[in-house]
Design a protein around this ligand. Sequence first.
Ligand code: SF4
Length: 407
Amino acid sequence: MKKLLKQIMYGAGQYARDNLSRWMKQGINPLCFADVDPQKFHTFIEGLEILPLDEALRLYPDAKICITVAQQNVKEIYNYLLNRGVGGVIDFPDDVFIGKSCSRLQSNYVNFFTDSLSACCMVLRPKISCSDNLRKDLISLNQLCKKIRDKLNTGEGTSCDGCPEIRDDIWLDSPTYHFDFATGFKGDLCNFRCSYCTYQQTLVKKLNVDISVLEIIEQLSDIIADTADVTICFANGETTINKDFDKTIEIILNRNWKLILDTNATVLPVNIERFANNILWILSSVDAGTAETFYKIKGVNCYDRVVKKLNSYHKLGVKCILKYILLPEINDNEDDILGFAELANSINASVIITSDSAKRHTRLSNRAIEVAKQLFSSCTEHGLRVMYSNDCFNEKDYALLKYEGGY
Ligand code: SF4
């Protein structure tokens, strides 16, 4: 446990609010917050006043400055404080690693596959084979990630070499566990037939998997400490129609874990009101803005139903993220782009634009690039948050799209 006394907490945003009580339990003793945003000055977080940095330093000249911003802002704030001449007193509330790494190597991120655990879903991913001891496997994966990270920094070869996610940064050690189910386990189902989906074949083949997601979650519930911050991501078919869904949700509620739900939004779980607050977001790949195209892609005629269910999630206060997978000559037309942007706007959704995972990393045509940009601007015109996902785009296309307005 870290014992840091006399701290000025620099960064009075959501990340600080979310973590303050945990840091204080760990022995951190904050004097006040400091921030650059004048609108926050002389307001309070949990009784701690937010001050301009100069005022905080004047009041507490012997204090250390503890950077309390989220990962993506750490380096910028660190450099800002160095430029302000306070380098010698900068600290962090959690352990940090400085050097080459990626967000997955730095976190307790676990992808469950049927025969292995993996730190991410990239082709190069670090993974270990499953034994019959999940606790031991989780530790082994964590050790493998640390070993890879160390080798990246000493120039030794690793399975991650060449991955675009690697960068030099200041990495916050996060105590959050993220367990991701993105493949077919016993009892998984889907009620769609998306033209680009390889998952359906996995389900149809009925892989020799003798464990269900519920059984894994039960094991995790026995292994993971009460104090841990846990997020479960369900991307294993249409999880809301799995017969174990209610039982799985009960465990998540009992443990007060967070949930990310990848859903096609055909079904609103009957007990949704009980766990809506535990959902960080739902992710729904809608890929169309008209009922006709939706049917062409999904093989199921239920666009209006999906729109209705998405609205229900939105009314319950659940954050919605809608995905648009670019499919040449299917959804690359104005009607779909405008219809999709309107749908996203009606539920204030964030939008992810990506390409077909079956053709992962192949170059897009000029037409597809134009469509991606048009979709991007149609959504941003509504004031929506939009991003291009780098999972499937070719590296050059991704760089071009990002350069021309994405992030
Ligand atoms: S393959 Fe890439 S994203 Fe995955 S752990 Fe390695 S560096 Fe990180």
